[in-house]
Write a protein that binds this ligand. Structure first.
Ligand SMILES: [Zn+2]
Length: 140
């Protein structure tokens, strides 16, 4: 069943800053160009992340105006993802070690207080399978 209400407001707020202060392409200092926000749902609740995105302002650079996002953003969630990596890991664990079905996984997440649609559980399981495939293909 689809979620019929808005997500609960974020319980925590964090500001993430890009550690890189110089362009990786030309070495020119990169300044904060804009701020953006993401709300990530983890097993601990909803977190509001404020991201300080930097850009190279050297017009002759190959990375001119391309964003440098905070490195820490990747530990929270996948790009464009609404749910944290811990939720994706739990979905994969419940599916492949406990052999639970999608409705059972959905109910397990709901029991933990995660507001999620059943269809989203299917999408997260696909993300989990992609991450496992990338991990296995990346081993040398
Ligand atoms: Zn540059």
């Amino acid at each position: 069943m689809a979620r019929k209400a808005c997500r609960a407001p974020a319980t925590t707020e964090q500001v993430l800053t890009c550690l890189r202060t110089q362009c990786g392409f030309c070495g020119h200092p990169v300044a904060v160009a804009y701020r953006t926000q993401r709300t990530i749902t983890t097993l601990q609740g909803n977190h509001l992340l404020t991201l300080r995105v930097r850009r190279c302002r050297n017009p002759t650079c190959g990375w001119y105006h391309r964003p440098y996002r905070p490195e820490e953003e990747g530990k929270w969630a996948l790009p464009h993802g609404e749910f944290g990596l811990d939720v994706i890991a739990l979905v994969g664990t419940l599916r492949y070690t406990s052999h639970r079905s999608i409705p059972e996984i959905h109910q397990a997440l709901r029991d933990r207080g995660v507001q999620i649609a059943e269809r989203t559980v299917t999408h997260l399981l696909q993300r989990y399978e992609e991450l496992v495939a990338v991990h296995l293909a990346d081993q040398r």
